[in-house]
Design a binder for this molecule. Structure first.
Ligand code: AGP
Length: 619
């Protein structure tokens, strides 16, 4: 999740753009850059690392009498970017803004261009030369392909050829008073000023300058000049839009208008899954993991998979295990990394060991990965952070793309990890022919629908979860029950409650209940039951009856339309229907919200809970 900001107006824009980037730092980044048009030329400065590095590069540029700083007259139009690398290493060449062949068009982009590989081939065949490894640079060359004097027309032409999940801003040397931006899913906002206007990926980028905003909707383009902003649809038809007034304070701004980072990140889960799957599911007939350095032959013949991880990442691995065994029919071992590393595990050359770690720095998981590698196994890291230690300790890396997660309690990284596990499971199934092609296409179609179903779920259950939390905030123990692919979701739901509300909770395989934990139940013990549609739903329902018979207060998560669950539960939170193996990504959402609201009701700091760190680098 990159940060983009553009300015056109009557004020020198360098510092305004850098200040805008500073307000977008919370989105996380590994490099940054700025381009301005001044004195008849486009000048650009980019730097790896944080904004201090960009400032230093700018200062150096000044001494090298670059255009950005001291060009007279100072630049009043420019674009800037903070990069969260997804395609291409963390280098200066891959930092934005990116230019076209003649360096007349510069763009900044947030998101992912799904069909970048095929477009790059086409453009190279036409003679375009690329200077970066990124998917984003495609856009500046596509605009160049369509440019015949009208920048807005050229951007619309390029927009028509792009597929993916993105928003970008473009400027052209010959149009010193015009920025043109386009949105496909990723957020895009215009900040309206007097004789000036901003366009950005998030309101904080210009909130210090104006509170008047125009929201650009999905599939729209906007031409921004000092005088105003003109919105059109993808066909060029004008679209009118009411401007809004933003009332957020600085703190809320940093959290994107949400009261906490955790709530913001809960509402970023659709984007996190969309960006993690976008270009890996180019069509419906297969999974493209060509960016992962694991050859098909090895995946086809690996005898066993072993997943090692800690905490929430371990729970994502558990969901992955069910999917890999179910779809790819490969045996999957599972271990908590801090146990794996000390039990002298047997690792074999034909084993694939998967280390899941969002931070990429968790000591136990890294040690487990190294141990497996020293034992001769191939190691795949699934991580959210480019350049993290895990990327160096593994033979191959499958990146999740959730963007920076600030809240200690993992939410968006969890769902993006589960999505990554689905991709891996389907790819192995494809290579081994263990699923008929039509079933693979069916599952891919369902996975592609998950981002919108995540938004739908959050919209449907938020208030209800808050109400249940209000009535249960004083409870001193919760039991979570589930079966099959619902069990990892129970474990994760219980962990969320424990880590942010400090209320003891236990998660159990529902079939295990009668072997002991049922003794924990008494009048009104809240029992959270994951009862989404699955081949074992009948079994789950009989377990619900079992706990109800002992007076428990059952809060169930069920698939919409599943009245049987609502009949036996005290409260039911419904999630949209999807393939039953994919329900975990939806079923966790009400449990995240339940834990969140219980902690908030008890006045707790959900972003920085006691005794916990976001990254556990200690042994
Ligand atoms: C989850 O909410 C916790 N922050 C914690 O359990 C976390 O999942 C665990 O420390 C693993 O972190 P990692 O994914 O960065 O390796």
């Amino acid at each position: 999740m990159c940060g983009i900001v553009g300015y056109v107006g009557d004020r020198p824009c360098r510092d305004l753009l850098i200040a805008g980037l500073e307000k977008l730092e919370y989105r996380g980044y590994d490099s940054a850059g700025v381009s301005v048009i001044s004195d008849g030329e486009i000048d650009s400065v980019r730097a790896v690392g944080n904004l201090a590095n960009l400032r230093a590069a700018l200062a150096e540029h000044v001494s090298g009498n670059g255009g950005v700083a001291v060009a007279a007259p100072p630049a009043t139009i420019g674009v800037a970017h903070t990069r969260w690398a997804t395609h291409g290493r963390v280098t200066e060449e891959n930092a934005h803004p990116h230019g076209d062949c003649e360096d007349k068009i510069h763009i900044v982009l947030n998101g992912i261009v799904e069909n970048h590989a095929e477009l790059r081939k086409e453009l190279q065949a036409e003679g375009h030369e690329f200077s970066s490894e990124t998917d984003a640079e495609i856009v500046s060359h596509l605009i160049e392909r369509h440019y015949h004097g009208d920048l807005a027309e050229a951007v619309r032409g390029a927009f028509g050829e792009l597929r993916g999940h993105y928003a970008f801003v473009a400027m052209h040397l010959d149009h010193g008073e015009t920025l043109v931006a386009a949105r496909k899913e990723c957020p895009l906002i215009v900040g309206l000023g007097g004789e000036e206007n901003f366009v950005a990926s998030a309101i904080p980028a210009f909130l210090a300058e104006t509170r008047r905003v125009l929201t650009i909707e999905n599939g729209e383009l906007v031409t921004v000049t000092p005088e105003g902003a003109t919105i059109t649809d993808a066909e060029g038809h004008p679209v009118s839009r009411q401007e809004d007034e933003v009332t957020w304070d600085e703190d809320a701004a940093e959290k994107g208008g949400y009261p906490t980072f955790m709530k913001k990140e809960i509402y970023e889960q659709a984007d996190a899954v969309a960006e993690t799957i976008t270009d890996r599911l180019p069509g419906l007939d297969g999974v493209d993991l060509s960016g992962v350095a694991l050859d098909d032959e090895f995946l086809r013949n690996a005898e066993r998979l072993m997943i090692v991880a800690c905490g929430t990442s371990y729970h994502a691995g558990l969901v992955g295990r069910y999917a890999i065994e179910q779809w790819a029919r490969v045996p999957v071992g599972m271990d908590i990394a801090s146990e794996y590393r000390y039990r002298e595990p047997v690792s074999r050359p034909n084993d694939l060991v998967v280390g899941i770690t969002q931070s990429g720095e968790t000591a136990d998981t890294l040690a487990a990965m190294r141990l497996a590698r020293d034992g001769g196994s191939k190691v795949l890291a699934i991580t959210n952070i480019m350049g993290s230690q895990a990327t160096r300790d593994a033979d191959a890396v499958l990146f999740t793309r959730a963007g920076l997660e600030i809240g200690v309690a993992a939410t968006k990284t969890f769902v993006s990890q589960v999505a990554a596990m689905y991709l891996l499971a389907l790819r192995i199934a494809e290579l081994r022919g263990t699923l008929p092609p039509e079933r693979i296409s069916e599952l891919i179609a369902e996975i592609k629908r998950l981002p919108s179903k995540i938004d739908e779920t959050l919209a449907n259950v938020d208030r209800r979860a808050a109400a249940i939390a209000r009535s249960h905030k004083d409870q001193r123990f919760f039991l979570y029950l589930g079966r099959h692919i619902g069990l990892p979701i129970c474990l994760e739901g219980a962990l969320k409650l424990k880590e942010i509300s400090y209320i003891p909770a236990d998660a159990y395989a529902a079939g295990e209940m009668k072997h002991g934990p049922i003794a924990l139940l008494d009048e009104d013990t809240p029992v959270v039951c994951v009862a989404t549609d699955s081949p074992v739903l009948d079994k789950v329902l009989s377990n619900v009856e079992e706990v109800r018979a002992r007076g428990a207060d059952v809060i169930a998560v069920a698939t919409e339309g599943s009245d049987r669950v609502a009949e036996v539960a005290d409260q039911t939170l419904f999630v949209p229907r999807s393939d039953w193996m994919l329900q975990p990504i939806l079923a966790i959402l009400p449990l995240q919200l339940l834990a969140y609201y219980i902690a908030r009701e008890n006045g707790l700091n959900v972003d920085q809970p006691r005794n916990l760190a976001k990254t556990v680098t200690v042994e």
